[in-house]
Design a protein around this ligand. Structure first.
Ligand code: ZN
Length: 443
């Protein structure tokens, strides 16, 4: 048996009751959490345990779930600035088309996924042009990834036809429907880039494999106006009328929603993926997080790509998700930190249909775990570990990451890849990436 014991940790379980164990240990057998209990440092542990980690001075919590990312877009970090979504996307697509091949997508995916991992993220939902490459990168690093075929009506990167997009998406489901680490999804880009027929095809495919469906939705006012002009209904009503909402659907952004749309999302048990950094930086707006929580919607969090948010810091997203609504409504008592912490743990797992297996530290769940150093200037004193995690924790506090009981980061070092090689490779590409927008009057 492959056994791992993590002892003497301050355990924040993120279970439904927000249970905290001030000094506890976790026994993990073959990647599954077998026992969590209160301990003192003198407890005896089974002599046959292969690995015992003393986590004194650290918080043990479930690995974070980043529900919306475009990992390989890290290649374009900082390339297109100071534009609203629509003009920004036009530039992004020019750069992506010039640079992205399966090979460069793999390199970009390593860069983006490694940053997620360093930040304590163990599962990423990613949407990108060559999902096979992102899946290979996730496997190489040893993290969990939800992704799948993208749907996009124009030819897009790689110049594919609709038929090709559909075939590739189906092939992805075929390959990964039973995989332990890759969670296959249908990923149409958005209602303004994918017509009704292809949106429905994407959903039918997801249903055939009992998979997930995720798309960008209601990100800007311009998008809402565009869809209203085309179809005579709002973005969410459009998705609802096409039969695309439901518990296996998650919608990235949802910044501009009316009351009816919030009700449609709530009634259909659709999840929302809030991406506060991207929404702020692109000037898209501030999402109605409190109103959505009040309606009982499963709220999750994402970083979006580093091309819009410039890094992939889910801790920053968490802090913004917990504080922006307070400031916006001038109500310090809304978006409770406990609820906020669930957005990056248990709610993410629920949106993935995996809340029985991921998202909290409970017996029988998969051991996707992180250790957080709390022997830091900004960590002393801690009266409440949950408020510490939501309001004070920085990504640099993460020291160790485990995915299904396997240590994939130890002492801040990623184990399965040599990240310096990737950094060098990307630096060598940067000149070429910068030149993609030459002649585009980009200033
Ligand atoms: Zn996005």
């Amino acid at each position: 048996m492959n056994q791992l014991i993590i002892k003497n940790a301050l355990i924040v379980t993120c279970d439904k009751n927000h249970t905290i164990i001030n000094q506890g240990s976790a026994i993990i057998n073959n990647g599954i959490i077998d026992k969590i209990y209160e301990t003192d440092s003198n407890n005896d542990f089974p002599a046959e345990a292969k690995k015992i980690i003393d986590a004194n001075g650290k918080i043990l919590m479930p690995g974070l779930i980043n529900m919306h990312c475009h990992a390989a877009d890290s290649l374009f970090r900082g390339l297109v600035e100071n534009l609203a979504l629509e003009e920004w996307l036009a530039k992004v697509w020019i750069a992506e088309k010039a640079i992205l091949t399966p090979k460069t997508t793999y390199t970009g995916s390593i860069l983006g996924l490694a940053e997620n991992l360093m930040n304590g993220v163990t599962t990423v939902m990613d949407m990108f042009w060559y999902p096979e490459e992102t899946a290979s990168a996730a496997k190489k690093i040893g993290m969990r990834l939800a992704t799948g075929g993208i749907f996009f009506d124009p030819p897009g990167v790689g110049g594919r036809t609709q038929k090709q997009y559909l075939t590739e998406a189906e092939n992805f489901f075929e390959k990964y429907w039973n995989d332990d680490f890759i969670i296959p999804c249908s990923m149409p880009h958005a209602t303004y880039t994918v017509g009704e027929t292809h949106l429905k095809e994407a959903k039918i495919l997801a249903e055939k494999y009992n998979g997930l469906f995720s798309t960008h939705a209601a990100e800007t006012i311009a998008e809402q106006n565009d869809i209203k002009n085309r179809y005579g209904r709002s973005v969410i009503k459009h998705l609802s009328d096409l039969g695309l909402l439901g518990s296996s659907t998650s919608l990235a952004h949802c910044v501009h929603l009316n009351k009816t749309e919030i009700e449609l999302i709530a009634e259909s048990s659709t999840s929302i993926i809030h991406n506060p950094i991207s929404n702020l930086k692109l000037g898209s707006g501030i999402a109605p997080v409190w109103e959505c929580m009040d309606a009982g919607i499963n709220m999750t969090l994402g970083t979006d790509g580093a091309i819009s948010g410039n890094d992939l810091d889910l801790w920053m997203a968490l802090r913004l998700a917990a504080t922006l609504p307070k400031g916006f409504h001038m109500k310090p008592d809304i978006v409770n930190p406990k609820e906020a912490l669930h957005m990056v743990t248990l709610n993410g797992a629920k949106a993935l249909g995996l809340d029985m297996a991921l998202g909290s530290i409970e017996k029988g769940k998969k051991a996707d775990l992180i250790l957080i150093d709390i022997n830091k200037i900004h960590s002393v004193p801690i009266f409440d570990p949950i408020t510490h995690l939501v309001y004070s924790t920085a990504r640099s506090d993460i020291t160790d990451v485990f995915v299904q009981g396997k240590q994939v980061m130890g002492n801040k070092q990623i184990k399965n890849i040599n990240i310096s090689d990737t950094l060098e490779e990307v630096k060598l590409m940067s000149q070429k990436i910068a030149s993609t927008l030459d002649g585009e009057n980009y200033g």
